[in-house]
Design a protein around this ligand. Structure first.
Ligand code: AMP
Ligand code: ZN
Length: 385
């Protein structure tokens, strides 16, 4: 049954993202099929986790449920997108992967609005949002398939080869925690506070970068390096960094955080740099194994997305080390589009919609949804394009 039908040429999109600890909403105007869409407005409310030392899932679920309806109502009213003539034509909402309680708040609201307005909904994969957002670019330098992506955030870390919208191969995945999680844990051990420790660490390091104590040169060990019985492993592992920080403080600093900010800065720098180097070492290995082409098409484009991709030092390290391997174009989203946001969900939903897909109303959210199994999840509907 074809319940919904809108023009795939020009339409308005309401996007909702609530997969973790942010309630995010965004309005996008697809005013032309050939030009990048116009981002009309975007809003985000993040759960305050400063005191809890990490995201508590039940708190995140309550936070998202409380705030997402409010944000949707406000953004529609403020932009006059709730009149009989002007309202969204398509809703895109994160369906997974993520925390069930968090996801449900946004997704159920999206289903309700879809019924009330009689408009289609696209249930979007969160990682696809991070992966595709650079293609919404207005500067005309969008990555075209095939391209590589490093998706690096608080919950995920993976290096992906994307051959088409529906065909993604994970070349390197993490066997334990995500890089952002490791940055947050190390920063916290070394006295950095705030809601986003990785970001606070970058700010702290920028303050001290010309004056830190060069003598404090502890060795941080990169995990998964070659050993006699283990060679060229294509996996990430970030769990050991936290224990390395703890061991360093125990061995050299009497189990205490050093008072001297210059010493702290040097320690933080060493840990951050080794975490970034681990990311890049495995990318280099994967690209070399892949001989950097598929079906004789050379891969020139590299996307880095997710919260950690906001880091300027990481961006430069990637350019310095991957250019010699033949990567020519580096795509880094604008800072507001690196961490979780609804605009990336709106854009990924637009790409799916314009390739003929919407999502059935009888669907629910999902905790695990590998990007390699985009179409395997039940609930997709085909529409004419
Ligand atoms: P996300 O999960 O995509 O919302 O991203 C959140 C993660 O990105 C957290 O682990 C943050 O600490 C990390 N992050 C955000 N900004 C930065 C930054 N500038 N440098 C390093 N890590 C960052
Ligand atoms: Zn994310």
């Amino acid at each position: 049954m074809q319940l919904f039908r809108i023009s795939t040429r020009c339409y308005r999109v309401l996007a909702i993202e609530t997969s973790c600890d942010d309630a995010c909403v965004s309005l996008i105007d697809r005013y032309s099929p050939n030009k990048p869409p116009k981002l009309i407005d975007e809003r985000k409310l993040t759960l305050n986790s400063k005191l809890s030392g990490g995201v508590v899932p039940t708190d995140a679920a309550i936070h998202n449920r409380k705030n997402i309806s409010l944000l949707v109502n406000q953004i529609l009213n403020d932009n006059n997108w709730n009149t009989p003539n002007i309202k969204p034509d398509l809703i895109c909402a994160t369906r997974g992967p993520g925390m069930i309680g968090s996801l449900s708040g946004g997704y159920q609201l999206a289903l309700g609005l879809s019924i009330a307005w009689q408009i289609p909904i696209v249930g979007v994969n969160h990682m696809l949002g991070h992966l595709l957002i650079s293609r919404m670019n207005s500067n005309g330098e969008n990555p075209n398939f095939p391209f590589y992506s490093l998706l690096v955030s608080g919950g995920h870390t993976m290096f992906v080869l994307s051959k088409s919208l529906f065909n993604h191969e994970i070349l390197v995945d993490t066997i334990d925690i995500a890089a952002g999680d490791a940055l947050d844990k190390c920063g916290r051990e070394l006295g950095i506070t705030g809601n986003m420790i990785g970001k606070e660490t970058e700010i702290f390091l920028n303050k001290f970068k010309d004056q830190w104590n060069e003598k404090v040169d502890i060795m941080v060990k990169e995990p998964m390096l070659n050993q006699w019985d283990r060679k060229d492993i294509l996996q990430y592992s970030f769990a050991s960094f936290n224990s390395q920080v703890k061991n360093t403080l125990k061995k050299f600093y009497n189990n205490e955080i050093p008072n001297d900010d210059k010493i702290r800065a040097r320690l933080l720098f060493n840990f951050q740099k080794t975490i970034f180097q681990h990311l890049i070492s495995k990318i280099k290995l994967a690209i070399e194994k892949n001989s950097n082409n598929i079906n004789d098409i050379k891969i020139n484009d590299f996307v880095c997305s997710g919260g950690v991709s906001s880091n300027m030092y990481l961006r430069q390290m990637l350019i310095d080390q991957l250019k010699p391997l033949g990567i020519e174009n580096f795509h880094y989203p604008e800072l507001n589009l690196c961490t979780d946001n609804a605009t990336m969900i709106g854009w990924a939903g637009i790409e799916l919609y314009e390739n003929g897909l919407t999502t059935d109303l009888a669907t629910t959210v999902i905790r695990k949804w590998p990007i390699t199994e985009l179409l395997k999840l039940e609930g997709w509907k085909k529409h004419d394009i």
